[in-house]
Design a protein around this ligand. Structure first.
Ligand code: DGL
Length: 286
């Protein structure tokens, strides 16, 4: 007889981006309940200093532990880079980040071992990705570049404006081009064959990013690899929910605009977010 645990999995991000990861987890583990926190009042994390982000991670970890989750997924690269160790020290439940999973996904996709990664300034400056890739394959080459304006486009629900070239009315397409063309210039030696989306907001923009990088570039993100790691962690600890469990997902935003979270979030998560609540954290809006 296996031990089972119908407690929820806690997941958090600075905002809506972590829903790209939550969607993969809900897809793979359909009996599991989720408690999601989007810290929209303090989004973006990517331009803040590391100590500040670590503090936010600790605060949200404490909240999720108080909700009796059975494990925590830091569905944010910036928060993983700055606070994974701190969260692990704080919580006596498993805590999984997205960076090692992203590195595994990129290495699995790349034939040449030349990988480009884009993320927030904080993630890129932390060098977390080159280190994570080197731990698995020391001969792979990683070029990392900060793309600070992309997460905001997703938070504002403006991804359609990025879909097309500027001449077709895509106001933000030039951003994708200006960020990616230097990384994928044709004919350059060691041109990457893989683009790792090192921010959980970016999968929402993958069509535009694919177009700007070139159709021969494999675009990968950590989501499905994270979901597999969550499954394995729960299995190893005999903590999977019972197959009969009827999951209930709760979504918290630290901002006031629940209607907007619902509208934008349900598109990213893929189904209606039926239970959205406001979460007031100490230090709230800054
Ligand atoms: N989703 C966050 C990440 O994966 C970035 C967004 C932000 O800057 O807050 O890094």
């Amino acid at each position: 007889m296996y031990a089972m645990n119908n407690a929820a999995i806690g997941i958090f991000d600075s905002g809506l981006g972590g829903l790209t990861v939550a969607r993969e987890i809900a897809g793979l583990l359909s009996a599991e309940s989720l408690i999601y926190v989007g810290d929209q009042a303090r989004c973006p994390y990517g331009s803040r200093d590391a100590d500040q982000v670590r503090e936010y991670v600790q605060q949200i970890t404490d909240f999720l532990v108080s909700q009796q989750v059975k494990m925590i997924v830091i569905a944010c690269n910036t928060a993983t880079a700055c606070g994974l160790q701190a969260a692990r020290q704080r919580a006596d439940i498993p805590v999984v980040g997205v960076i090692d999973a992203g590195a595994r996904a990129a290495l699995a996709a790349s034939k040449s071992g030349n990988i480009a990664v884009i993320g927030t300034e904080r993630t890129v400056n932390s060098d977390a990705y080159p280190h994570a890739v080197a731990r698995i394959n020391s001969s792979a080459q990683v070029v990392a570049s900060a793309t600070p304006e992309l997460a905001g486009i997703v938070e504002s629900g403006l991804e359609d404006q990025m879909m097309h070239q500027t001449s077709d009315g895509g106001e933000y397409y030039h951003l994708a081009e200006s960020y990616l063309q230097p990384l994928f210039e044709e004919g350059t030696k060691d041109r990457p064959d893989t683009l790792l989306l090192g921010c959980t907001h970016y999968p929402v923009l993958s069509q535009a990013l694919q177009r700007a990088a070139g159709s021969d570039v494999a675009i990968v993100c950590a989501g499905s690899e994270v979901a597999a790691e969550v499954q394995q962690t729960l299995k190893d600890g005999d903590q999977l929910a019972s197959k009969q469990n009827r999951p209930h997902h709760v979504f918290y935003t630290t901002d006031d605009n629940i209607a907007e979270f619902d509208q934008l979030g349900s598109k990213i998560f893929g189904t209606d977010l039926t239970d959205i609540r406001h979460l007031q954290l100490e230090g709230g809006k800054v």
